[in-house]
Design a protein around this ligand. Structure first.
Ligand code: TYD
Ligand code: MG
Length: 465
């Protein structure tokens, strides 16, 4: 007997339940269960015979050339996708509401269309007039983008089937798209998953490159729980801190390229501007230099990036010392503090410690340890670090400073931005014109460089309290 009852699906983890309840037993989420209708039978012949038909297995080797990638002309976007969009692929662009996803996608489509490509933009959120106004404001109102406003996936597919397949098609956003095959409300997991699946299937069959825009839910996932991520070939996140103008796009999954490249944009009154030299943006104004700031010579993908790491070590209050990080991993901060205490005899653990990456960037590279340690030491001792100095190197639990990859690339970027000194891990045997390298073995040597005597003495503790 065919099941026609509705099922109850947790919108957070995707588990089906036979009845509604306030709490999902599978993931522990509260108020996450919603009623979803069954998938209606898709006409006669939908049931497959019980015995399958055999199919031929083929060689891995191919004579076919990979089809050329579709370059949008927005260089920072092309960089993150791994050098353009692959025909027949599907890509998910996620981000918080208002971060600028629609702006970026419209800009990329307009640029692609201006280069002669066939671009289709389907907006499920905004009316045509709104999209046109936005395009005019961004100065791309004349671009030959085919624009539509629709939310039903069957309508979208019928429209696309009628014409020449687009080079790139964007759906903004996947949360607004629904399919008539399901009774569930738009935006539920089943709807988003089914509609995405149908769109991805169209992309694979027609060779169009599909861009799905997805809002990140409040717990940081796209359309609930990874509901779409496994369906698509690449997942890009568009991030930006509130109060900052720049936006960073990074790939978290990419079947056709690296996942460590970032694209950097700045939100302006005329859409997103590409930032081809992000170091200058993240370093900002470094004229006034106070204790606790160190410049990290970092790397994002293939691109060097200098960022300022700021630390504040404050005299402890009562109770547990406070720790706060922005743009940094708190576990890593705890580790560096412990190493500074144990290996450089610092006695910083009892203090309140704040660590911030300037400009709102998130730094995940272990090579940033040395810059963070230098910033912490500098704040702790009250001595400013030299203004023209960069740092990089990973710190191990033993207190050793370990080499980091691509040292030359990092140092060349430092020279380009006017730095003349670099504190680097021992064993970094390269010469860079205009830069004096100081190789250090462990955090003890770093402490020696930053302050003459940072070793904690009984008086030191008293002086600060
Ligand atoms: P939008 O692309 O609509 O965000 P999303 O699609 O991710 O929800 O962008 C929203 C913000 O961008 C909005 O707050 C206004 C700002 N913005 C500009 O500052 N300049 C511009 O030219 C445009 C188009 C938007
Ligand atoms: Mg939008």
């Amino acid at each position: 007997m065919a099941r026609t009852q509705a099922t109850f699906v947790c919108q957070s983890c995707g588990t089906s339940h036979t009845k509604w309840s306030g709490k999902c037993e599978a993931c522990g989420g509260w108020n996450t269960i919603a009623e979803e209708g069954p998938r209606l039978p898709a006409g006669a012949g939908a049931r497959r015979p019980t015995r399958g038909r055999p199919f031929a297995l083929e060689d891995l080797k191919t004579e076919d050339e990979a089809p050329p990638r579709r370059i949008t002309g927005v260089a920072e976007f092309d960089r993150v996708t791994g050098g353009g969009l692959v025909p027949g692929s599907a890509l998910l662009v996620g981000g918080d509401p208002g971060v600028g996803k629609s702006t970026l996608i419209l800009q990329a489509l307009a640029s692609y269309a201006q280069l002669g490509g066939h671009a289709v933009y389907i907006s499920g959120e905004e009316a045509m007039a709104q999209v046109r106004l936005r395009a005019a404001r961004m100065g791309v109102g004349e671009a030959p983008v085919a624009l539509g406003s629709a939310t039903c996936v069957e309508d979208i597919l019928a429209t696309l089937d009628g014409g020449k397949p687009p080079g790139i098609i964007a759906i903004d956003s996947i949360q607004t798209i629904w399919t008539s095959q399901l009774e569930a409300a738009p935006g539920t997991i089943a709807q988003v998953r089914t509609a995405s699946f149908d769109l991805v299937r169209y992309a694979k069959a027609s060779g169009a490159a599909l861009l799905l825009v997805g809002h990140v839910t409040k717990d940081g996932q796209i359309a609930g729980p990874k509901a779409v991520e496994h369906l698509v070939d690449a997942v890009l996140y568009f991030e930006g801190e509130r109060g900052h103008h720049f936006r960073v796009m990074r790939a978290v999954k990419n079947r056709f390229g690296p996942t460590d490249e970032i694209g950097v944009f700045e939100m302006t009154g005329r859409g997103l501007a590409e930032v081809s030299n992000p170091s200058a943006l993240f370093l900002g104004d470094r004229n006034s230099i106070s204790p606790g700031a160190a410049v990290f010579a970092g790397l994002e993908g293939t691109r060097p990036l200098l960022v300022e790491v700021q630390a504040l070590v404050a005299a402890p209050g009562y109770g547990t010392p406070r720790r706060a990080v922005v743009g940094w991993d708190s576990g890593r901060l705890a580790m560096i503090l412990a190493v500074l205490d144990a290996r450089a005899g610092l006695g910083v653990s009892a203090h309140d410690v704040y660590l911030n990456v300037a400009g709102g960037l998130k730094v995940g590279e272990p090579a940033a340890d040395l810059a963070a340690a230098a910033a912490l030491l500098s704040s702790f001792t009250g001595r400013s670090l030299p203004r023209d100095c960069v740092f990089f190197g990973e710190i191990s639990l033993s207190g050793d400073v370990r080499p980091a990859p691509q040292a030359e690339l990092r140092l060349k970027e430092a020279v380009k931005l006017g730095f003349t000194r670099a504190i680097v891990p021992a064993g970094t045997n390269i010469r860079v014109e205009g830069l004096v390298l100081e190789a250090i073995k462990d955090v003890g040597e770093l402490a020696g460089l930053v302050g003459e005597d940072t070793r904690v003495s009984p008086q030191h503790g008293k002086m600060r309290s």
